[in-house]
Design a protein around this ligand. Structure first.
Ligand code: ROI
Length: 167
């Protein structure tokens, strides 16, 4: 949708490794773009990535969306959780396979420490499957609150096991 105000820029990580992951991620992208109070600015290419965590699970498809939003962070989070549930996400094993995972990575320049939401996302700095697609869509010279510049995080994070599969 088109926002009347400028809104806040936020970044969302999308991931799936079950039930046709490419379609899961593509449909989730459409559902996010269609949320009231959300406008898509850009979406990274899809990446195929080796699982982080237990290796006895399929490869993942990952992407990052850049949006503008009028929704406060916790409202946005609950909309993302609804999309996860609508897309058949079952309660899952920690670090196990999942049909759809939507993570609120960044919300403007805010640092958020709520019981249900920590932004910037805690694992962001360590995960190539987040950092590389983020770099595809991020503002130039992005600074991540509390973590430093995106380009420095990328230099410290090898792109092993990560392959762009589609625009
Ligand atoms: N590994 C990859 N490659 N991509 C993910 O999205 C992903 N998500 C997870 C864990 C299980 C940590 N591993 C992942 O939640």
């Amino acid at each position: 949708m088109i926002l009347s105000s400028g809104g806040v820029e936020a970044y969302i990580g999308l991931g799936s490794n079950l039930d046709n992951p490419v379609e899961q991620v593509s449909r989730a992208r459409q559902a996010i773009a269609a949320l009231p109070g959300v406008a898509e600015i850009a979406c990274s290419p899809l990446y195929r990535s080796l699982p982080v965590g237990p290796q006895d699970q399929p490869d993942y498809i990952n992407a990052v969306m850049r949006i503008a939003t009028e929704l406060p962070p916790l409202d946005l989070l609950s909309q993302l959780q609804q999309i996860e549930n609508q897309h058949g996400r079952k309660r899952i094993v920690r670090w196990g396979a999942r049909t759809l995972d939507l993570d609120l990575l960044l919300y403007g320049q805010q640092i958020i420490n709520e019981p249900t939401l920590i932004v910037p996302h805690q694992e962001l700095a360590k995960r190539g499957f987040v950092l590389y697609p983020l770099a595809d869509v991020a503002v130039a010279d992005m600074q991540i609150p509390g973590l430093g510049s995106l380009s420095e995080l990328l230099q410290a994070c090898p792109a092993d096991g990560l392959h762009k599969i589609a625009a």
